[in-house]
Design a protein around this ligand. Structure first.
Ligand SMILES: Cc1cc2nc3c(=O)[nH]c(=O)nc-3n(C[C@H](O)[C@H](O)[C@H](O)COP(=O)(O)OP(=O)(O)OC[C@H]3O[C@@H](n4cnc5c(N)ncnc54)[C@H](O)[C@@H]3O)c2cc1C
Length: 416
């Protein structure tokens, strides 16, 4: 079924009886050419591009819970391509361009909204660093503008410009950044992958790999053994656990990241705003809630809930930036498990096991990467060589010291 305005009118006039399930609920087959482990944004996008762009068939996505139950449905919905390093910026710009055509590609309203993102500047040194980053963005075909204090004031007059410790001196504006409704991304990719013949199998946890003579043969699951030609793992926060089934120890730690939503307010925020003197960022959803977040919890965990010290830290950041936020009531908060890599950048690569491929280490930036991650992982699975925009995301960069340390923070996940 194709969604359209005409279809909407027809269904409205006929009692909405003609809508079909957005994707099937198939029984797993005994064997697939491609098995994608993890039905998050990245796994579903991989299946979609594998079928649609790379014309492959016999594909399954195995999800231990339900579609959208992981980080793809838990993030703060921000998309952007405002990176500095050559290993990163072309990849994220590729992703942003795919976001710009995503709804047409999927025939699904994902509420892609390029409302702009402002990284606030609080010191002269920070202005220099953001100017350098903006130049790098422009060199890689993205957009960036350096705003002075009065230009920021015109965009967001409610900010605390004269804070004694963190005065606002300007901002790096990235107008094509913005937000996308996160669960619609999962549903849109799932629906499109299904339309292209992909089996999406929910409630199917991968519990082991069958590897013979260094070659992948299939996966053990909670619904029985499934044979596979190639297996792509895209399980985000569960990366270390799942890859341990193949005997691999990853340069990744799992941490909780929390998100917060206030009660619905009238439109106040023009776009996404990030506080440059602490870790706090905020946008406003189309329902009116202020959506905000900050640092990861500082200990390793697989629990999808966080703790109070980070809540306090995030609220302090919010109060320093826009004191009026203290009057808004918090409606909900939740946590997701982050696959924090040691240099803050992802890994998309083959593994020593023939037929086993890995996609992970997204830290808290993987939502914006969803389309490009799916595209380049599908490229790798289909062609056995990396996509041009993802050649730096290899495992051996940790061995060779070729880190993609975007923040210059070293091997400290809590600083990325
Ligand atoms: C609070 C929060 C805020 C964030 N904000 C942003 C943001 O604003 N912008 C941004 O770019 N990124 C953000 N992120 C990060 C982003 O959400 C993640 O990096 C990204 O969603 C990870 O990829 P995914 O969608 O495939 O993960 P997931 O949706 O977590 O998918 C992985 C799936 O694998 C499944 N799985 C795990 N183990 C198994 C198994 N053994 N067998 C089968 N299935 C398995 C899980 O159930 C899960 O559904 C945020 C994350 C959080 C938690």
């Amino acid at each position: 079924m194709t969604y359209s305005g005409f279809r909407l009118i027809k269904e409205a006039l006929t009692g909405h009886k003609g809508w079909k399930a957005a994707w099937r609920d198939p029984e797993p087959q005994p064997h697939y050419d491609f098995v994608i482990v993890g039905g998050g944004g990245h796994g579903l996008a991989t299946a979609h591009y594998l079928a649609k762009v790379y014309r492959k068939s016999s594909i399954a996505v195995l999800e231990k819970g339900w579609i959208g139950g992981g980080n793809v449905g838990r993030n703060t919905t921000i998309i952007r391509a405002n990176y500095l390093l050559p290993g990163n910026e072309p990849f994220y710009e590729h992703s942003l361009r795919l976001w710009e055509g995503l709804e047409q590609d999927l025939n699904y309203n994902a509420m892609v909204s390029q409302r702009g993102i402002m990284n606030l500047i609080h010191t002269d040194a920070q202005r220099d660093a953001f100017r350098r980053r903006g130049n790098s963005m422009i060199l890689h075909g993205s957009d960036a503008e350096l705003l002075d204090r009065e230009e920021v004031r015109r965009e967001a007059p409610f900010l605390n410009f004269d804070h004694v410790r963190f005065p606002i001196k300007g901002a790096l504006m990235h107008r094509r950044g913005g937000t996308v409704r996160h669960d619609a991304v999962a549903w849109g990719y799932a629906r499109s992958a299904d339309r292209h013949g992909v089996d999406i199998v929910q409630n199917c946890e991968v519990t082991g790999f069958r590897i013979e003579n260094g070659k992948m043969r299939g996966v053990e699951t909670s619904r029985g053994y499934i044979g596979a030609g190639k297996v792509g793992v895209a399980v985000a926060g569960s990366s270390s656990k799942v890859m341990s089934y193949a005997g691999m120890r990853l340069p990744i730690e799992s941490h909780v990241l929390q998100a917060f939503v206030s009660e619905g307010l009238k439109p106040v925020l023009p776009g996404v705003i990030t506080f440059g003197a602490g870790h706090f960022y905020v946008s406003q959803s189309d329902k009116g809630g202020l959506v905000f977040g900050g640092d990861i919890d500082g200990y390793n965990s697989y629990a999808q809930r966080g703790n109070l010290p980070v809540v306090e830290d995030v609220c302090e950041g919010g109060m320093a930036l826009m004191p009026m936020i203290g009057r808004a009531r918090l409606l909900r908060m939740w946590g997701g498990i982050m696959d924090m890599s040691m240099d803050g950048s992802p890994i998309i690569d083959r593994t020593p096991v023939d037929g086993l491929y890995f996609n992970g280490g997204w830290c808290y930036g993987g939502f914006k990467a969803t389309p490009a991650s799916g595209m380049v992982f599908a490229h790798l699975l289909a062609n056995d060589r990396p996509h041009d925009t993802a050649t730096a995301y290899r495992f051996d960069r940790f061995e060779k010291g070729l880190m993609i340390d975007e923040r210059g923070a070293g091997a400290q996940p809590n600083l990325h």
